[in-house]
Write a protein that binds this ligand. Structure first.
Ligand code: TXA
Ligand code: MG
Length: 349
């Protein structure tokens, strides 16, 4: 199959391409599209066959459920058995936006889409191209991140193409995404809502709106005995081909340790990389010094992290280092992804 790559310059919508993308989905095909978080790999959420195709294209285990993307709040009630009042409160505050809600599913959502669970994940993204595409596609688009399972989620169309060329009918290119980490997932099937995956909508923001909100315990410690409630959180993720190590401690100690490690690696002939803020870029000598943004700008780290991990692969970097960030606000989402990318390899200094 040939994958048609359609570029639509920032802020514009190619109506013809949108109509074609919609037709592809309604005919059971797959289209990758931009959202405000990362690129999604879309298929008809109400078709078992389309969901099977998504799993095949990603190489993803089929017990890992997909998020159903909608373009109007009122469509939520069609795929959810009973909409809890909290869902409307959250929709009012955060939709369209990077928040996914888990609720009991209605019968029209096939088990293939929900990985066999009796719940469904619903999200209304904040991206013009995504919304127009979902509308054209019939209103219910199942979409995981558009990467091959295990690789960093794509924040640029070229990385979608790298992973999906020949496996999907069309790629809608909307340029680089704005947020860079996947949506926050909140489970509304428990008495007290539980965050299953941290994201741009933070724990603090959710508590402000809902009152008490818990964190899935497996999110904080990776060696918990129980499995995470979002099945996808148990898999190895975002891993670059080389080895990423996190260094945690005071900034002076972290700098010294990373410099020492980099030198050591270089002496052994490894290609080295480091992720830093602009004020610290001069501190390090490495084959690839990747700058996220200004010091303590966590939104910039979120936005650039997956791109940087992919660039490390492009440049065949063997050993990479990053400092540990404070886990408040969006730092929680960033550290969650970095810990996974590093396979939880962390050095305390
Ligand atoms: O920002 C995002 O959410 C992106 C864009 C494309 O919208 N999508 C995304 O999808 O990150 P994916 O498939 O890569 O991650 C979905 C996560 C997985 O960890 C999955 O296990 C969890 O959501 N999930 C989906 N449905 C669920 C359900 N019914 N119960 C618990 N977890 C669920
Ligand atoms: Mg994913």
């Amino acid at each position: 199959m040939e994958t048609k790559w359609v570029k639509s310059p920032e802020g514009t919508i190619d109506k013809v391409a949108m109509a074609e993308a919609g037709r592809i989905i309604r005919a059971g095909g797959l289209v990758a599209f931009p959202t405000e978080t990362v690129y999604g790999l879309g298929g008809d959420a109400l078709s078992p066959d389309s969901s099977r195709k998504i799993y095949a294209a990603k190489g993803r285990p089929s017990d890992n459920p997909l998020i159903v993307h909608i373009c109007r709040v009122e469509d939520m009630a069609r795929i959810v058995r009973e909409v809890p009042p909290q869902a409307y409160v959250l929709a009012e505050h955060f939709w369209p936006g990077p928040l996914t809600m888990i609720m009991k599913k209605a019968d029209i959502v096939p088990p293939e889409t929900t990985g066999g669970l009796d719940t469904v994940a619903v999200r209304l993204p904040n991206h013009e191209v995504a919304l127009e595409f979902i509308r054209e596609a019939g209103g219910f688009v199942a979409a995981p991140s558009a990467n091959v399972s295990g690789r960093p989620s794509p924040t640029l169309a070229k990385y979608v193409y790298e992973d999906m060329d020949g496996k999907i009918e069309m790629l809608l290119d909307g340029g680089e995404v704005g947020i860079g980490v996947e949506s926050t997932i909140i489970d509304l099937t428990e008495e007290i809502p539980v965050i299953l995956r941290p994201g741009y909508i933070t724990w603090e923001m959710l508590q402000e709106v809902l009152g008490e909100v818990c964190l899935d315990p497996t999110m904080l410690e990776h060696d918990r005995p129980e499995a995470p409630k979002a099945p996808g959180m148990k898999y190895k993720h975002y891993a670059p081909q080389g080895e990423l190590t996190i260094v945690s401690g005071t900034s002076q100690n972290v700098q010294n340790e990373i410099r020492r490690l980099l030198q050591n690696d270089r002496e052994q002939g490894y290609k080295t990389g480091v992720i830093v803020s602009s004020d610290e870029a001069w501190v390090y000598e490495a084959d690839a010094v990747k700058v996220t943004g200004e010091k303590e700008d966590m939104a910039a780290v979120a936005r650039s992290l997956f791109r940087i991990l992919r660039e490390f692969d492009d440049e065949k970097i063997d050993r990479m280092y990053v400092q540990a960030f404070a886990q408040d606000g969006i730092g929680q989402a960033v550290m969650n992804r970095i810990l996974k990318a590093a396979g939880h390899k962390i050095i305390e200094v």
